[in-house]
Structure formats: C-alpha cells, structure tokens
Design a protein around this ligand. Sequence first.
Ligand SMILES: [Zn+2]
Length: 141
Amino acid sequence: MVEGKAQLRLPMPNLDDKVFWEGCKRHELLIQRCKDCGAKRFFPAPTCTKCASGNTEYLKASGKGEIFSFTTSYNTFGPQLVGHVPITIMVVKLAEGPLLRWTNLIDCKPEDVRIGMPVEVVWDDVSPDVTLPKFRPAKKK
Ligand SMILES: [Zn+2]
C-alpha cells in the first residue's frame, strides 16, 4: 500500500474464477475455451456462453490487446479512490478475442487514452494473495 492512498477493495475469488486469480498470482492471464465449440470467454464462467457446455479448458492469453472502451474518473466517489485519481477504467479486447472487463490503464496520461490503443498486461501484486492484471500502452517493436 502506498502512503496517502486508500486501500482498494480487492477481489474475493470464488469457485468460478479461482483458477483465473491463481493464474494472475503466477503472472499468467488465463481465459477459458470451450472444449466442445472452441469459443473463448472471459470472465470465467462454469458454462460456455455460446453453447452452454460445461466442458472447459484454460489457456494462457498473450496479454496483448487493444482498448475497447474506457472512462477516466477524476472523482473519488468516496474514500476508496483517494490517491488513485485520475483513474482510467476500461475494457480490453484481448488479441485472443474475448473482452476483459474491468481493468485499469497505467503509465498513460488521461488525455492520451484512445479507443483501439494497443495495450499489454502488467501485473500489480497488491497483496500476498491478490495480483491484479492492469494494462499499459504496448511498447512499439
Ligand atoms: Zn461452447
């Protein structure tokens, strides 16, 4: 925790997303793939959103994608975001297809954020038990 910043409320893994959060702790961005129809999905769910099959496997995503949608908040809306604003909250369209929601953009000025901006995952080890996937503008190759 950084001094002067409020402690953010952290995810509490459940049976559906436990594997995803364990992957985050290893700095692996896991998405689900239906073993019957091949559809890839995020957020983790017990059944396929396309064919309702429960036959699921996890695959490691590249961590690359682009900004699908975003908003930048300058308002703390209470004590929780004190020290964290401005904060960009966004949906990332992963290179593998699924939309990853919700996450934050870092290392980018709010005025520079654009829909379609290439981004890459970075890992924020916020506690011994929780690592959050965040994104930054992708480095040019
Ligand atoms: Zn399916």
